[in-house]
Design a protein around this ligand. Structure first.
Ligand code: BGC
Length: 733
């Protein structure tokens, strides 16, 4: 999206009522309204809806386009608004690409961005709080709506099978239930603002290496119980208007040509009523329409100015295929019906975007609250944190912590308000390495006004160590920059940061490491430092959130949404290879902690782990079973002396070895408690979490038996144990 949007009225305010009462009747269902509209549309009108222009390049920009990733022009005679489809991995993407020949992109010219970055999506998952996800979604969609955008390419949720995946920061971790609850919250938040959200990238687009060609190979049962289950649950919760099919293949068939994924499962089993749009360039021929793809995204205007006549997949070839009877006209009607019904359902007709200024202060606070709940305290020996209020000298070392916090690169990038904290550095391709201008150092100084805080950039470890030695505490900031399009070669911090931490820790026994990273990293120095704060990419107000945790203004409550391995050898695939097929049957549905549990491996930090400045006890477990409905209730008590939030986690095991791994996350709740306060938490388990997917019977199957139930602080710290006596039953797929 360009930084300076032409503030023209985007949608002609046509009186829909004058076209037809049924079209304007907001009490009619989205399907009824779509059907009424469809009756008025010619073949050309319908055909107009099934492609979007790539509007990002100024040279290709279309009349009425605002420079978003995808643009479907309005059909004014029918009152159908344009679709302005903009990226939104963590905020409204405002990466200004090409301003025309001889001109530098706006950000290279030093201009500031105009939208608010949330913490990374993985950080949002670390909050374990769907309400935070909802608020974040609502905030970014509010910003989108005020800038003329009505479709957000958000809702990224590919499971973390591969922690080196460059897009791990854009996704929601390794567990289907957690990922789906958070994604569902985000999508509901976005769509509450009358902005359609996608969910992406369907499916098994779990690495960037060879992302345009690789085949993710996996058995039916395993994918139904893992990656697809995450999509299934999130779609039920969030009702996204559109599903984006991915670049990769699944079992040898491109995602967007994959009838089994699209027609059989998504639209068949799950009865998904919205539309499938391709990822940008993920279409593979006109017959994708018969597999279930409804819209081809981001076509190059160079291939024909008019969408109808373009030579792209759903351009002229689609009309020809309909003409020849290879694709029934009814299929085109269905494609358009699906698009229109989502536009009606989310309110694109009734609540068009209204251009107005953003409330950037309020929006930044939403980002800050999210970061505060996302930060995970991984280690805190000798109660090193929070820093004592009378501390005299603090050394802050490395990673530009004097001026900003890191963010991830690619289509999820948000060029920050105020401009980057330091000049952005170009990534390997179109990505940029951007520091958001939120200074941990300045924020800490505000909270510790009497402390002398000194910054060292960490480029000379000896100099940094000398500063650390003369300080009461040393805070080393370490970063791992990741981006779309490129996987990490390994899980190590780059640029000799491990050596820097070692050297500083040797100089000061009160060393704290603050991590700003896309996903799991190795910590060879862990035993030498007193505390580790996992801050992810913390967004617009990340500096304030980090300082709040360090100074104790914020009691950390984040929990890991991914396992941190000790090293790559513990992973199902110790290396990412250049192969064109990746074998996900190695772990099957046992993704992340399930693999570690199944193989009895000790991770560096387990899924679900996170410390607090307080302590929480669990007691009084009750398991109530009625048919396939299992409800688990228990008491959570804050037995420490800080107010804080805790996230008790319910895990279920399947009898015998029928499950993919020893246990599955079956429920969780984030609770806020004062010291001494207790609360009873009740969690009802989705029956599919008691089931296995029965491929030949085409259903979820629950076996009769006694199901161990555990309630814990993490997947490896299980405090309460009970059992659910479950009778045999089935659940429709
Ligand atoms: C990414 C999508 C993104 C699209 C449009 C693709 O390269 O994979 O996530 O929405 O570009 O920018």
């Amino acid at each position: 999206m360009k930084l300076t949007i032409a503030r023209t009225a985007l949608f002609t305010a046509l009186s829909l009522a004058s076209l037809s009462p049924a079209l304007a009747d907001q009490t009619a269902s989205p399907d009824q309204r779509a059907a009424t509209m469809l009756k008025r549309m010619s073949l050309e009108d319908m055909h107009h809806m099934v492609q979007s222009y790539n509007d990002m390049m100024a040279l290709q920009q279309q009349p009425g386009g605002i420079g978003a990733a995808g643009y479907v022009p309005a059909l004014p005679k029918l009152g159908i608004p344009a679709q302005q489809q903009n990226d939104a991995g963590i905020g409204v993407h405002n990466y200004p690409i090409d301003q025309g020949p001889g001109k530098q992109p706006a950000h290279v010219r030093g201009e500031a961005g105009n939208t608010t970055p949330l913490p990374s999506t993985l950080a949002i998952a670390a909050t374990w709080n769907p309400q935070i996800a909802y608020e974040g979604g609502r905030m970014i969609a509010g910003e989108a709506h005020r800038q003329g955008i009505n479709v957000l390419l958000a809702g990224g949720m590919n499971l973390t099978r591969e922690p080196r995946d460059g897009r791990t920061f854009e996704y929601l971790g390794e567990d289907p239930l957690l990922a789906a609850r958070i994604d569902g919250g985000e999508i509901r938040g976005i769509q509450s603002q009358h902005v359609i959200s996608t969910i992406k990238h369907y499916a098994l687009n779990d690495q960037e290496t060879n992302r345009l060609t690789v085949s993710s190979n996996i058995d039916e049962r395993a994918m139904r119980e893992s990656d697809l289950f995450a999509f299934e649950l999130a779609i039920e919760d969030g009702h996204p208007g559109s599903v984006m099919c991915g670049y990769n293949k699944v079992n040898g068939v491109w995602d967007c040509s994959n009838k089994h994924l699209l027609n059989d499962i998504l639209k068949g089993d799950w009865k998904y009523p919205g539309w499938v749009m391709t990822d940008w360039g993920a279409d593979h021929g006109v017959m994708d329409a018969m597999a279930g793809t409804d819209q081809v995204s981001g076509i190059d205007a160079g291939s024909g100015f008019s969408l109808g006549q373009s030579s792209s997949t759903f351009g002229a070839p689609l009309l020809q295929a309909i003409g020849k009877g290879e694709i029934p006209r009814g299929r085109l009607e269905d494609m358009v019906h699906r698009i229109l019904r989502s536009m009606y359902a989310v309110g694109l007709f009734d609540h068009p975007p209204v251009i107005k200024p953003l409330d950037v202060e309020a929006d930044a606070l939403v980002a800050q609250r999210a970061a505060e709940q996302a930060i995970v305290l991984l280690k805190n020996e000798q109660d090193q944190l929070p820093l004592k209020s009378d501390i005299k000298t603090v050394a802050i070392i490395g990673s530009h912590a004097d001026v900003g916090v890191l963010s991830g690169g690619g289509s999820a990038e948000v060029w920050p308000i105020g401009g980057p904290a330091i000049p952005a550095v170009k990534g390997p391709d179109w990505q940029w390495k951007v520091y958001d201008p939120s200074s941990p150092m300045k924020a800490l100084q505000k909270l510790l006004p009497n402390a002398k805080i000194t910054y060292d950039d960490g480029t000379d470890p000896a100099k940094a160590a000398a500063l650390a030695k003369s300080s009461d505490v040393a805070l080393v900031f370490a970063t791992q920059w990741t981006c779309e399009g490129v996987d990490q070669p390994n899980l190590s911090l780059s640029d000799k940061q491990d050596d820097l931490i070692d050297t500083v820790a040797a100089a000061n026994t009160h060393t704290v490491v603050v991590l700003e990273n896309g996903g799991p990293v190795k910590m060879p120095w862990l035993s030498k430092v007193n505390a580790v704060v996992e801050a992810w990419y913390p967004g617009a107000r990340g500096g304030e959130a980090i300082a709040g945790v360090l100074a104790g203004k914020v009691n950390p409550s984040g929990r890991l949404p991914v396992t941190f391995p000790q090293d790559e050898q513990q992973l199902p695939r110790p290396q990412i290879t250049n192969a064109q097929e990746v074998d996900y049957n190695i772990e099957g549905a046992a993704v992340g902690y399930k693999w570690f549990d199944k193989k009895n491996l000790q991770p560096l930090f387990p899924f679900g782990f996170g410390l607090s400045y307080s302590r929480f006890d669990y007691s009084d477990l009750h398991v109530n079973t009625q048919g396939k409905r299992v409800t688990v209730s228990f008491k959570v008590s804050n037995v420490g002396d800080h107010a804080g939030m805790d996230t008790p986690q319910v895990y279920v095991s399947l009898p015998g070895d029928s499950g993919e791994a020893p246990r599955r996350l079956a429920g969780f709740e984030k609770v806020s408690l004062q010291p001494g306060q207790s609360r009873t938490v009740s969690v009802t388990i989705d029956p599919r979490l008691l089931a296995t997917f029965d491929v030949s019977g085409h259903q979820w199957k629950i076996g009769a038996g006694s199901y161990p139930i555990q309630v814990g602080h993490s997947s490896r710290d299980l405090a309460l144990k009970g059992e659910a006596a479950v009778v045999a039953s089935t659940v429709a797929p």
